[in-house]
Design a binder for this molecule. Structure first.
Ligand code: CMX
Length: 436
């Protein structure tokens, strides 16, 4: 056989052997320490998880399969006629297989997703039945969970499939789910914001992003390229962030990929995770209302100062791990400079890149005064007329599917066991401290 699944079928037994070998030979080696504040403080930074698909360097940002994101973006094959960007399809191939796809490999994934993209009627009916007040992210969680009767994993498990084959069904479900996501997300968008207008038919002439944008009613060529880039940039960020960890955790109970992804999206919906890009835009809108589209540096600095004096953080700046400008910000800015450098929002975000760090550095406490990924995405989406802030996290979620489902395939491939850390009550911790 050819294609991604055949490639995985060849690679997985070898990787599993290696994985088990390391665990068997070195399983008792210590690579970290657990303190009382680890237990009481959200396990921040603890070396506790396994992740094959990506890793984060505090200065250089995210690597997908050992490759800097900048290089991933530069090297992913350009598939559709006239495009400047690689495809999310190619990115998924890279994350799942570990190898950069050829043009043919990337095209093959596009073809697979087109074939698998029809959303069952009952799922669309569920979306249509939803009250407009149900947040688009809550709708996405409900829609992906309700796809569970489609699961090849559930079917195979109930027939007593071998553990070594679990990944194959996880792969099938993941491919089917990713293929359906543009239609699901666009149906949610059109119901909530466009009175149910818009197409739900996948068109064979277009790729995954092209179909998505057309169904959103925004088929402009440059916007499709932005969507390709956006989907690549937001796909994966190690396995300890809330959306990736939730997917993995639920997956270790052998809940199927539709349910595991739904759990992941429940986490992404939180304001400390997927909603930050929205807050950047709210803040910039306030700024433009207060001091206009073309303020002086002094006016900008004063506005930033006032934000800080009001006890608020500057949204889009700082990071728990990164210590430099997020390369995902830089890549979006490069796109903006090429396509819409005169957009007032883009101009403002670009100027802020220099000014905000100057102000934040003066506080002498901000570990990273530079912009993160969320500082940029909003103004680009606004430029191309995707104006509904409440939908932005759904875009993030569609992209995140590429990463978390690649990770899920590998969790099943390597036989990741059920997660079950030990917990302590305050009384038990106090007791322990006395003894120690
Ligand atoms: N503006 C003002 N103050 C900031 C700041 C910002 N953008 N970022 C950090 N600080 C402050 C913190 O509030 C903290 O102050 P206190 O000691 O008074 O509480 C101090 O600097 C030290 O914090 P830190 O170690 O630099 O940052 P953390 O790891 O605690 O938090 C983060 C990281 C992202 C939550 C924080 O930088 C922040 O709130 N940024 C703004 C919101 C935002 O952009 N979030 C999106 C994150 C994107 C992502 O996670 O991918």
């Amino acid at each position: 056989g050819k294609g991604l699944k055949a490639k995985l079928a060849k690679k997985i037994p070898i990787e599993r052997e290696k994985f088990l070998g390391i665990r068997c030979l070195h399983g008792k080696k210590i690579i970290g320490q657990i303190s009382v504040s680890s237990v009481m403080g959200g396990m921040r930074g603890l070396p506790l998880l396994f992740c094959e698909t990506s890793s984060l360097d505090k200065n250089k940002g995210i690597y997908y399969r050992g490759k800097l994101l900048k290089d991933v973006c530069a090297k992913l094959p350009r598939v559709q006629e006239g495009t400047n960007e690689g495809t999310p399809e190619g990115c998924f191939y890279l994350l799942a297989s570990g190898s950069m796809p050829t043009k043919k490999d990337a095209k093959q994934i596009t073809k697979e997703w087109l074939k698998r993209g029809t959303v069952p009627r009952y799922c669309l009916r569920l979306i249509d039945s939803m009250d407009k007040r149900v947040h688009p992210m809550a709708q996405l969680c409900a829609a992906s969970a309700c796809l569970n009767p489609q699961s090849k994993f559930v079917e195979a498990y109930s027939k007593g499939a071998k553990r070594a084959d679990y990944w194959k069904y996880t792969y099938e479900d993941s491919m089917n789910l990713i293929a359906m996501l543009p239609t699901v997300a666009a149906a949610i968008y059109n119901n909530v914001f466009k009175d149910g207008a818009g197409s739900r038919e996948v068109n064979d002439e277009e790729d995954w992003s092209g179909n998505f944008c057309r169904m959103l009613g925004l088929p402009e060529k440059d916007f499709v390229d932005l969507m390709r880039l956006y989907m690549i940039l937001h796909a994966d960020h190690e396995s300890g962030n809330v959306s990736a960890h939730a997917c993995h955790l639920v997956g270790t109970a052998l809940s199927d990929p539709f349910l595991s992804f739904s759990a992941s999206m429940c986490g992404l919906a939180g304001p400390l995770h997927g909603l930050a890009n929205q807050e950047v835009l709210v803040w910039l809108t306030k700024l433009r209302k207060a001091i206009g589209d073309d303020p002086s540096d002094e006016e900008l600095k004063k506005f930033i100062d006032d934000t800080l004096k009001g006890g608020q953080v500057v949204p889009g700046y700082g990071h728990a791990v990164l210590r430099d400008t997020d390369p995902r910000f830089v890549l979006q800015n490069e796109f903006a400079m090429k396509h819409c450098k005169d957009d007032p929002g883009v101009k403002l975000v670009t100027r802020m890149w220099k000014i905000v760090p100057e102000v934040l550095k003066k506080l002498n406490k901000v570990a990273n005064p530079y912009p993160n990924v969320d500082a940029h995405s909003g103004v680009l989406l606004q430029h191309y007329c995707l104006k509904e802030l409440k939908f932005y996290t759904v875009l993030f979620g569609v992209s995140r599917a590429l990463g978390v489902l690649s990770q899920l395939i590998w969790s099943r491939a390597l036989g990741a066991p059920i997660e079950r850390p030990k917990s302590f009550s305050s009384a038990e911790i106090c007791n322990f401290i006395k003894v120690a």
